[in-house]
Write a protein that binds this ligand. Structure first.
Ligand code: DGJ
Length: 358
């Protein structure tokens, strides 16, 4: 680990070392799984699932944790941004499942908006809802607003007549009235300020990209299906030189599988499959592209001072002891119209490809 010594125990990190313990300013492994990073006012804020030790840590016992950083290597614990409730009637009561929280900032309202995958306590993964919370300050505290299955009553933009027929395994038509399922998710704010919610729907068979309202607090009902029956989850998205790129995983629970990638000229599609974007082998577990180095995608972070450059973020899940889950952050490159992510044992932003026009 390359670092600058700073007192007896503190050290300043100067590089990323994927799939290893990543201490925060208190020397504690960062606890922000399935997360995303918001770049706000010259500081990066990392929001993620706070996990506790043992299998019960796979449900929400604490809430959504926030860390801040100026340089992306060194993170300061900002505490719990959204806390679980002790009220048994609350949808976010302790013991529910809160996964993959993402926070965006609304320039018009000045509010910080968090969306996350919510499963109601005691119902396993059956509820498949999306939840939303709002805050006046970036690190919270966030106030929980509501959860639901989105896009109730609306057909997607790319619906075809056959999709409207009810039948076995036609989950789109089955869920038309109650709203579409929303599990693994991410958020994306486009250059024009429009925000999109991307989530695994239809029993995880299909991804939905949905437009959010101007205040980012609800869905407009405008959405598109991506790769119907493609069985994608863990969506992470970026826009490079006008093209949208998305990384996803297959659906194998907590176990790793091969990552996928796709591209589109329009966020609502059509999306074109680009294959596995990963390269290289993780020496900690000998896993390569066939298992995404043991990880699963969660977010693609655009770098403020390096327009056109991104970091792809992955989680290494440890469901027996989720608090121990490690993070894999790697530089993104674009080659021949494809998005690529190559393993590095250690790397720094200075090693990443030179900045290119957005
Ligand atoms: C895979 C998902 O990507 C995770 O966020 C989590 O929901 C697990 N499945 C649960 O098995």
């Amino acid at each position: 680990m390359s670092c600058v010594l700073f007192g007896a125990e503190q050290s300043i990190r100067t590089e990323f070392v994927p799939d290893t313990v990543w201490p925060d300013n208190n020397g504690v492994h960062i606890n922000a799984h399935g997360g995303g990073v918001l770049d706000y006012d010259g500081t990066y804020y990392w929001f993620g699932e706070h996990k506790v030790a043992g299998r019960r840590g796979n449900s929400a016992q604490v809430g959504v944790h926030c860390y801040s950083s100026k340089d992306l290597y060194n993170w300061t614990d900002e505490g719990i941004a959204l806390a679980v409730s002790e009220d048994p009637n609350s949808e976010i009561v302790r013991g529910c499942i809160i996964e993959r929280p993402k926070v965006i900032h609304n320039q018009k309202t000045g509010k910080f908006v968090m969306w996350f995958h919510l499963e109601l306590r005691g119902q396993g993964y059956a509820a498949a809802r999306t939840g939303v919370a709002v805050a006046d300050k970036v690190a919270g505290p966030f106030t929980y607003l509501k959860s639901y299955r989105p896009n109730a009553g609306s057909w997607p933009l790319n619906v075809v007549e056959a999709d409207k027929q009810k039948g076995k395994e036609n989950y789109l038509a089955r869920d038309l009235q109650v709203g579409q399922m929303a599990r693994d998710m991410t958020l994306f704010v486009d250059d024009d300020g429009k925000a999109y919610h991307i989530a695994a729907a239809e029993e995880n068979y299909t991804l939905n990209i949905s437009e959010l309202s101007d205040d980012y607090l609800s869905f407009t009902g405008k959405y598109a299906r991506v790769m119907p029956f493609g069985h994608n989850e863990a969506p992470a998205i970026c826009r490079h030189k006008g093209t949208y790129y998305m990384i996803t995983s297959g659906c194998t629970g907590w176990a790793p599988n091969a990552a996928r990638s796709m591209m589109a000229a329009n966020i609502m599609g059509p999306w074109k499959s680009l294959g596995n974007p990963t390269r290289g082998v993780n020496p900690h577990n000998q896993l390569g592209p066939e298992k995404t180095w043991g990880g699963q995608s969660t977010y693609i972070l655009p770098l403020r001072e390096r327009p056109g450059q991104f970091i792809a973020m992955f989680d290494v899940w440890t469901p027996e002891n989720p608090i121990d889950g490690r993070y894999i952050w790697l530089p993104v490159t674009f080659e021949d119209g494809r998005i690529l992510i190559e393993w590095h044992d250690r790397w720094s932003l200075a090693d990443a490809a030179p900045a290119s026009a957005k």
